[in-house]
Write a protein of this length. Structure first.
Length: 563
């Protein structure tokens, strides 16, 4: 039974109660004839072996857990079988533990929110009828040729593409690229739904999703588990990335052919962006298309959840002791895959939070409130998961004293390392070149100008989608003076003739002659501080001080002022 679909958890008090299969659960033969399909409210949730299917059907509320074990898994230990029953309960398959079916608004812990329409089957039926004349097998080869030739064309134009990505983009290019990428994302998700409908199943929902703090569109293709062929399920998963791959290849070929330099730049940015989308989507450690394709190719539903539970159980036994349970996914690479499946999304969330904090810095009390609220949501969502894991470790650990001592030691070591590990204290602002002088500038709306000390090392970079360092130098303090600065000093967007109000806060003596852009980003290395201090100051103290200064009532000496 260890190869089946539900992850291991510690036996709970529910194990003593005779389990009963929920009325909303259906068990039917899978199309491949070798497995059974388990569905809740008509939505497939897993594929099971004949033994597991028989075990589920026998859960009638009268047979005790131990009786079921003797009938269907006599070779398993009672604790392991009780853990299996608890996995069924946590999956919502048993009476009293049912989960509401996903609807228009759905939250999936820890950090996924979906807003969907339930009319997706009708929408994709109509779309399939419209596109059916184009769905021919022979089209795969010319489309694949576009992708391969596009990669070659992009490599041939690598230097031009690098300049396009590191220089600020004109506003018209930003609007064009954004419109193309939004349309491509919609087509990406539509391709999933159309491929699923063409294969004989139905997409149940479609809409927008907040996944790891990033907005996107989605189509629910869970019904793909009804398809008899693994290849068909993999095709459904890869149909979306294929759209971006073809679009990226076509954009790269177009950039090679068009004579207009502005259009070539926009096409190269589209090609690079599409390539990035394809690469990220194929990462198998996140719930992206690459993971779904791998899960479908292996015919192993809930692969991430099962491997992460195997990794959590292995970590529990190493740290806190306790008895082992049978693997939810019996492969040698289950634990490392589970570790990466936990770490990679954590890194994505961390990068998203860092990006949001930087983007909202200096935007006033509204930005400060959004920063604090976002971080509180992330801490609570992740903290609940960690707390549940620690509770399971506490229940199953061999020694409570060992548990407490080790947990305290790990916490102390982590905090100590953060408190004593130095990190560079880098502050970022803008620069402009005026009459061969390099001036440091800050937005006029900043709460306080960045302090500039003589001799502070400065790195000067472009302000494009990607940054490229162009020079180094040292800062000189100057009197604060208001002046206008190009928008490209503070963002990767360039608008001709449009300046923003800024304050000149210093100057830079460039170390060596270099060709500098008219404006860009300047990074001042003002020293070092501990990682803990840097994180606490940036993520808590600074936004909290901005919010508190807004909420704090002003000094009430207006009467004396009037007099």
């Amino acid at each position: 039974m260890s190869r089946d679909v539900l992850p291991p958890h510690a036996p709970a008090p529910h194990a003593a109660v005779p389990p009963r299969l929920a009325d909303t659960v259906r068990i039917e033969p899978a199309a491949d004839g070798g497995h059974w399909l388990v569905s809740v409210d008509g939505v497939p949730v897993s594929r099971a072996s004949s033994t597991v299917a028989a075990t589920l059907r026998a859960m009638d509320g009268a047979a005790a857990v131990d009786d079921l074990r003797r009938r269907f898994a006599p070779d398993q230990e009672p604790e392991a079988f009780a853990a299996l029953v608890e996995r069924f309960r946590r999956a919502g398959l048993l009476e009293g533990a049912q989960r509401r079916p996903a609807g228009r608004l759905t939250y999936r812990p820890p950090l996924t929110i979906q807003l969907a329409t339930l009319r997706a089957p009708l929408l994709f039926d109509r779309l399939l009828r419209l596109l059916r004349p184009l769905l021919r097998r022979w089209l795969v080869w010319p489309l694949a040729a576009v992708v391969v030739l596009g990669v070659v064309a992009l490599l041939w134009q690598a230097e031009t593409a690098a300049r396009a990505l590191t220089a600020p983009l004109p506003l018209v290019d930003v609007v064009l690229v954004a419109a193309v990428m939004i349309a491509a994302t919609v087509a990406h998700e539509a391709a999933h739904g159309v491929t699923l409908s063409h294969a004989g199943a139905r997409p149940r929902r479609a809409g927008v999703i907040l996944l790891y703090l990033g907005p996107a569109f989605f189509v629910d293709v869970t019904d793909a588990w009804r398809l008899p062929s693994r290849a068909s399920r993999v095709a459904v998963a890869l149909a979306g990335p294929a759209v971006h791959a073809v679009l990226g290849g076509a954009a790269a070929l177009g950039a090679l052919a068009v004579p207009d330099s502005d259009l070539r730049r926009a096409l190269l940015v589209v090609a690079c962006t599409c390539g990035t989308v394809v690469v990220v989507n194929l990462v198998p450690f996140v719930r992206f298309d690459g993971y779904v394709a791998l899960m479908s190719a292996l015919d192993e539903p809930r692969l991430r959840a099962r491997t992460m539970d195997d990794a959590a159980d292995a970590l529990r036994r190493v740290l806190f002791g306790g008895s082992a349970v049978s693997r939810a996914f019996p492969r040698r690479w289950s634990v490392p895959f589970g570790v990466l499946s936990a770490l990679v999304p954590a890194v994505i969330v961390w990068l998203a939070v860092e990006r949001t904090v930087r983007a909202l810095a200096g935007t006033g009390p509204v930005g400060a409130f959004l920063v604090l609220a976002l971080q509180a949501f992330v801490v609570i969502a992740v903290g609940v998961r960690v707390a549940r894991w620690l509770a399971a470790c506490w229940r199953r650990g061999r020694g409570r004293v060992r548990f407490v001592l080790l947990a305290a030691s790990v916490t102390a070591v982590a905090l100590g390392a953060a408190a004593f590990t130095p990190v560079d204290d880098v502050r970022t602002t803008g620069f402009v070149v005026v009459d061969d002088r390099v001036l440091l500038v800050s937005t006029a709306g900043s709460p306080a100008p960045l302090p500039v000390a003589d001799g502070t090392p400065v790195d000067l970079s472009t302000s494009g989608i990607l940054s490229a360092q162009v020079a180094t130098g040292t800062a000189r303090a100057t009197a604060l003076r208001p002046r206008a600065a190009p928008l490209s000093a503070f963002s990767p967007v360039e608008v001709s003739g449009v300046d923003v109000d800024a304050v000149a806060i210093g100057a830079v003596d460039v170390a060596e002659s270099a060709e500098l852009p008219a404006a860009g980003r300047a990074s001042l290395r003002i020293g070092s501080r501990s990682a803990l201090e840097a994180a606490w100051t940036t993520h808590v103290v600074e936004p909290a001080s901005v919010l508190l200064s807004f909420l704090r009532p002003p000094d009430t000496d207006t009467k004396e002022t009037r007099q």
